[in-house]
Design a protein around this ligand. Structure first.
Ligand SMILES: Cc1cc2nc3c(=O)[nH]c(=O)nc-3n(C[C@H](O)[C@H](O)[C@H](O)COP(=O)(O)OP(=O)(O)OC[C@H]3O[C@@H](n4cnc5c(N)ncnc54)[C@H](O)[C@@H]3O)c2cc1C
Length: 829
């Protein structure tokens, strides 16, 4: 389970306090853009594994909160080479200014100890996720794979920095790094063990001798030399809040120039043994216990790194580098233990246990070098191939499935899919005429009682909230229920927070729901509720989740998303004019919206509205999103809009005016100016859900088309026997299948790489799918003759819905623009 960077802080440790006012004065002069005055200035301290104390500085001026991170040396007498924040600043500055290596931006370095007592520097606060446990508990397997992939890429990117070109040529000595390091840590071990200190382990002396004799030749040649991080671990990385990519590599205290393979081996120690800070366990590395599902094997991980860094397969020196990393760790721990024995180490029980842990590392290193093979001679041949059939190969073996191809649902998804098909065929198709009849009657803005009954059955069958991605569910569980996985909402039905599916897995199910316009809401998977719940799951705070998410999750209320405005071209959301103005403890909303789907529904209680909070900031920071109770005075539903005559009752698409609508300030989502950011997060999966449903709509069209063609005769033969039909139905099947592949590919990319990287595939799916569905449904209507365009079959309604999706959630042209932009960018590289 990830921790958000903003959550890793606590009260400043009494030993690490400093003069806050002095820091404020210094920063207001030396940090560009630092607020000159602040109504609120708060300092908290990051609590996790910092040898250089690190602080979060929060400044509030009006409604704007700015965040910075300050890192300083500890107070007191220090070893000369330790805690060098000046070097950290130097490396971060060089990388941040001249490379794309993900690091926080640094703003100023203060070497004058009279300011706050020690040198310090100020850097950007990165809002993102940190995974403290490399097992990545609470993370879906495909996301684990993506996170490890991103980790290997981040390491490769820092190793690819051209140190001479970026002014770091003198940051350390490059040649004979391992040779020097072996001597340095051997000396330290000898100095810190023996009489009156930690007991000396003879196996360590043998290990030192082995290392001296086995230093790889590339070490003296410097062919693997460059920037070394020194402590590259997954918990020193900040990942994007949603996407599985690294946005910051932290903790550069041990960085230098040297043999980069030491970084790689150190980063891979978790495959060899569990050497986390609190414990060292033999035989518990991922190589032995099997990595958690989704975590790549050592070979796959190394291959990822080598591919990204342009490095040869490191089989030759691998045993040395791993043994060296364990040896270095043992020497450091022996030093800590000795200081504990001599009474001058902080760290309590950890320091007390450090001697034992040092010996454990020595033992692991010694067993490791006795192994005949530590790495395969050659890299795994087809990592990409494996990547794509992840979870499927096993599935096939277990069940003897016959299907081939790239996308095959696993057992759990298959079972859900079969249940869904049965549910829809037995319970929803027979109700369609009833639901349609009510939707066209004078009672159309009421809910058919059968719909609510079906919802209850769907809940009990575990076919509820299936759209919720695994990681969003984990966040909600953490925020609302401290990670408890039980019956979280106390409603007594399973899957309140979804079934732990990825976007791809949901794709196999959402498609089934798309076969009927009435089906998605029966499973609480209808738009715009899914997108709105996703927004709350990803961006809502505890209070907002409690007030709005819980009733949405249990289906007792519904919601609308109010962005589009009649007077401006809303495909370009920077045009939006609705104002959200802060007045004391409230926001006041004024503006007009239309096409707010779902707002006509009698159960609709929540509107998520996008509008402008500040016209004086850059255009993409002007928009914010706010939660509005639809019953707030000033919210006026003006009329329902129609789609080719369909009102889509009782759901509807409303035109709404907001006149001096006053809502509590706590209803703002994520903060002012974050509207675009939220929209990006919302629209990726939301758009894809439309595509998935459209695949289902097209399948329904195919089914009806073929049934009709096999029953009806024209000019002496079945329609199915006419050549024109044969050709049409075959073309429809080709279009449908290739579009489905595109949708699955986009879902897979979304799972593995996040919204931003998947945007090309998402855009392609968003353009291709409605166009394909329109073609298939149009052919189906043609085969039905006049009945096809009537209300007697579902085809015209499905077609009308498909047609709106060439416009809704971004017109085709906008997505085509995205695809073309990426294509041109690729050509320029
Ligand atoms: C059934 C339905 C449901 C909807 N539900 C919601 C909802 O719940 N909430 C909500 O906020 N909105 C909703 N919408 C609105 C929808 O998102 C907008 O209609 C859409 O974003 C386009 O905005 P617009 O209508 O203002 O068109 P405009 O922005 O005026 O665009 C009109 C046309 O201009 C052309 N165009 C635009 N950009 C480009 C470009 N870059 N290059 C070339 N040509 C371009 C395209 O042909 C486009 O269709 C819904 C719409 C429909 C039809």
């Amino acid at each position: 389970m990830a921790r958000y960077t903003g959550e890793l802080v606590g009260k400043v440790n009494s030993a690490h306090q400093f003069d806050n006012e002095a820091l404020f004065r210094y920063c207001s002069i030396h940090v560009e853009g630092f607020p000159r005055s602040s109504s609120k200035f708060s300092v908290s301290q990051f609590g996790y594994g910092q040898s250089n104390p690190t602080y979060l500085i929060e400044m509030q001026s009006g409604t704007v909160v700015k965040r910075y991170v300050m890192r300083k040396k500890p107070s007191g007498i220090l070893l000369q080479s330790a805690h060098a924040v000046e070097r950290e600043f130097q490396v971060l500055h060089a990388l941040g200014t001249h490379t794309l290596v993900p690091v926080p931006r640094v703003f100023c370095l203060c070497t004058d100890s009279s300011v706050i007592g020690t040198p310090f520097y100020v850097m950007e606060f990165l809002e993102g996720r940190i995974f403290l446990d490399p097992m990545l508990p609470g993370v879906a397997p495909n996301r684990r794979q993506a996170l490890y992939h991103a980790t290997a890429k981040a390491l490769a990117s820092l190793h690819s920095a051209d140190v001479d070109a970026i002014g770091l040529g003198g940051y350390g000595r490059r040649n004979n790094y391992c040779k020097r390091q072996v001597e340095r840590w051997a000396r330290q071990y000898i100095d810190s063990t023996g009489e009156g200190k930690s007991e000396r382990n003879p196996k360590m002396l043998k290990l030192i001798a082995w290392l001296r004799q086995n230093i790889p030749s590339e070490d003296s040649a410097g062919s693997s030399a460059g920037l070394v991080h020194g402590d590259f671990r997954i918990d020193n990385l900040v990942f994007h809040p949603i996407e599985d990519r690294v946005i910051g590599i932290l903790d550069w205290e041990l960085s230098t120039l040297g043999n980069q393979m030491c970084d790689v081996a150190y980063n891979c120690l978790l495959y060899i043994g569990d050497i986390s800070q609190d414990k060292v366990k033999h035989n518990e590395g991922f190589e032995i216990t099997d990595a958690p599902e989704g975590v790549p094997s050592l070979e796959e991980y190394l291959m990822d790194y080598c591919t990204a860094a342009g490095r040869p397969w490191p089989v030759a020196g691998w045993k040395f580098y791993v043994a060296f990393s364990l040896f270095r760790g043992a020497s450091i721990l022996a030093g800590v233990h000795s200081r504990y024995i001599m009474g001058n180490a902080s760290g309590g029980k950890r320091a007390q246990d450090a001697g034992e842990k040092a010996n454990d590392l020595i033992q692991i290193a010694w067993s490791y070098i006795q192994r005949e093979t530590v790495l395969s001679q050659n890299p795994p041949s087809d990592i990409r191939g494996k990547d794509h059939v992840y979870g499927i190969a096993n599935e096939k073996k277990d069940q003897g499935l016959e299907e081939g191809g790239r996308f095959i649902p696993n057992k759990k998804v298959k079972e859900l899919r079969e249940k869904l098909i049965k549910f829809i065929e037995e319970r929803i198709y027979p109700m369609e005429p009833e639901f349609s009849k009510l939707a066209q009657s004078s009672m159309r803005w009421t809910v058919h009682p059968e719909e609510e009954k079906l919802k209850e059955i769907a809940k009990q069958e575990g076919l509820w909230n299936l759209f919720i991605p695994f990681d969003s569910a984990a966040r909600a569980r953490e925020i609302l229920f401290n990670g408890r996985d039980d019956n979280v909402i106390g409603t007594g039905f399973p899957n309140q927070l979804g079934a732990g599916l990825s976007n791809l897995e949901y794709g196999y199910l959402c498609e089934i729901m798309g076969r009927s316009v009435w089906a998605p809401q029966v499973f609480n998977c209808g738009a715009p509720d899914t997108g709105n719940m996703e927004v709350l799951l990803r961006y809502g705070n505890k209070e907002q989740l409690q007030e709005w998410l819980i009733p949405l999750l249990s289906g007792t209320i519904r919601s609308g998303f109010a962005m589009t405005e009649p007077q401006v071209a809303s495909s370009d959301a920077t045009n939006i004019e609705c104002s959200i103005r802060r007045e004391g403890d409230t926001y006041v909303i004024n503006g007009k919206k239309w096409w707010t789907s779902g707002a006509m529904d009698p159960r609709c209680k929540l509107l998520i509205l996008m509008g402008k909070t500040d016209l004086n900031v850059p255009i993409h920071k002007q928009q914010s999103m706010i939660l509005i109770d639809i019953n707030t005075p000033g919210v006026k539903i003006l009329r329902p809009l129609t789609v080719f005559g369909f009102e889509d009752a009782p759901h509807g698409h409303a035109e709404i005016s907001f006149e001096n609508v006053r809502v509590p300030a706590k209803n703002i989502l994520l903060g002012e100016g974050r509207g675009f950011e939220i929209a990006q997060g919302r629209l990726g999966p939301g758009r894809l859900h439309h595509c998935m449903r459209l695949i289902g709509a097209a399948e329904r069209g195919m089914q009806l088309m073929v049934q009709r063609a096999l029953q009806r005769r024209t000019f002496g033969k079945l329609i199915a026997q006419h050549g024109s039909f044969v050709s049409d139905v075959a073309k429809c099947r080709i279009e449908l299948e290739r579009t489905r592949l595109l949708v699955f590919e986009a879902a897979d990319q979304l799972d593995k790489h996040g919204n931003k990287k998947a945007r090309g595939a998402l855009a392609m799916a968003k353009v291709a799918t409605p166009n394909m569905a329109l073609m298939v449904l149009d052919t189906a209507m043609q085969v039905h003759g006049a009945a096809g365009v009537s209300g007697d079959t579902v085809l015209s309604h499905l077609w009308a819905t498909a047609r709106t999706l060439r416009i809704a959630d971004g017109p085709d042209e906008v997505h085509l623009g995205t695809i073309a932009k990426l294509e041109l960018k690729r050509a320029k590289l």
